[in-house]
Design a protein around this ligand. Structure first.
Ligand code: GLU
Length: 309
């Protein structure tokens, strides 16, 4: 557990406005909020709106209103990936000059999906290095990839402990930019966190597998590495991943209107806390204030589970 006040902690919540928040994303928002605030830090909101075709009109606004209705008030301006394109270009060129990027003519589903964060059910087949040496003549550039090293990349996750990965086996040389110029999530998120001064990344376990790729890019670009804590995933009672249509906590749909406090308490219990029953009658901000005092990353459950609400 963090103690004292450290104004240098900067955490963030980075939803993609491709759909409304559900109890799983709410748990990530609450977990990242509690951890940043516990250290006396700032909690930023960033809209990961790089994947333009998948944006749902009105969702960014809905996400913000939903967060507000749970008392989750972010610090400063809302950041948007779509406003960081020149920075992505700059850092992409830095890597190009360093000689670690190569053009690739291979056609893969992964290239199409690269603008979005890869979640658990997205297949990830390690790139076999086909164009690494030289792209076959006559092929169009479909993507730009970064060469990955043989060595293991290790980091210490606050909940999961030491995690080590060999990138050649997991992803191979991964996509940083598509042939049409669009930047990939893995590059964008590293640049975004750097631009925001983020030094504490708290997010769902389904992004754990992306972290070593992001750490590798941070090392190449000379950025410092944030602290990581990957939260358990919220599932259905039968253990299945939440479907996009169910468990929505959307402001617009009003699914939980008037029951925000009860859901917030359920999320705190999911995050390993034991809020006293008296908290029930209090406002969301009072419940969050209690959570900030009592949250302990070491008390987070080891397994995914339900938000009993
Ligand atoms: N925008 C990403 C998502 O919706 C999360 C990015 C991150 O937390 O690093 O899954």
């Amino acid at each position: 557990m963090h103690s004292g006040t450290d104004h240098h902690i900067v955490g963030r919540f980075a939803p993609s406005p491709t759909g409304a928040l559900h109890t799983g994303s709410l748990a990530a928002a609450v977990g990242s909020y509690l951890m940043a605030k516990q250290g006396g830090g700032r909690w930023l909101l960033r809209l990961d709106d790089l994947d333009a075709p998948r944006q749902v009109p009105g969702m960014a606004d809905d996400i913000m209103r939903t967060l507000e209705s749970f008392g989750l008030l972010w610090d400063g301006e809302v950041a948007c990936q779509s406003r960081h394109l020149s920075e992505y270009r700059h850092f992409f060129e830095v890597l190009q000059r360093a000689g670690v990027i190569f053009p690739c003519g291979c056609s893969r589903k992964e290239i199409a999906q690269s603008a979005s964060a890869p979640h658990l059910d997205d297949d990830c087949i390690a790139y076999p290095g086909t164009c690494r040496g030289r792209m076959k003549a006559g092929l169009a550039v479909r993507s730009w990839r970064v060469m990955v090293p043989e060595e293991e990349i290790c980091f210490s996750d606050l909940r999961r402990g030491l995690i080590c990965q060999r990138l050649p086996a997991l992803s191979g040389d991964f996509v940083l930019r598509r042939g049409d110029g669009e930047f990939a999530y893995q590059l964008a998120v590293v640049v975004d966190d750097y631009l925001g001064g983020v030094n504490q990344v708290v997010r769902g376990d389904d992004l754990l597998a992306s972290t070593p790729r992001q750490i590798y890019l941070q090392r190449l670009l000379g950025f410092s590495q944030p602290a990581y804590c990957h939260l358990p995933l919220v599932t259905d009672p039968d253990g299945a991943k939440l479907s996009k249509r169910d468990h929505l906590v959307s402001h617009r749909l009003g699914n939980v209107a008037g029951r925000e406090q009860a859901l917030l308490l359920a999320v705190l219990r999911f995050l390993g806390l034991n809020p006293p029953p008296e908290l029930d009658g209090y406002s969301c901000s009072a419940i969050l204030a209690w959570g900030v005092i009592h949250f302990n990353p070491l008390g987070l459950p080891a397994r995914s589970g339900v938000v009993g609400f």
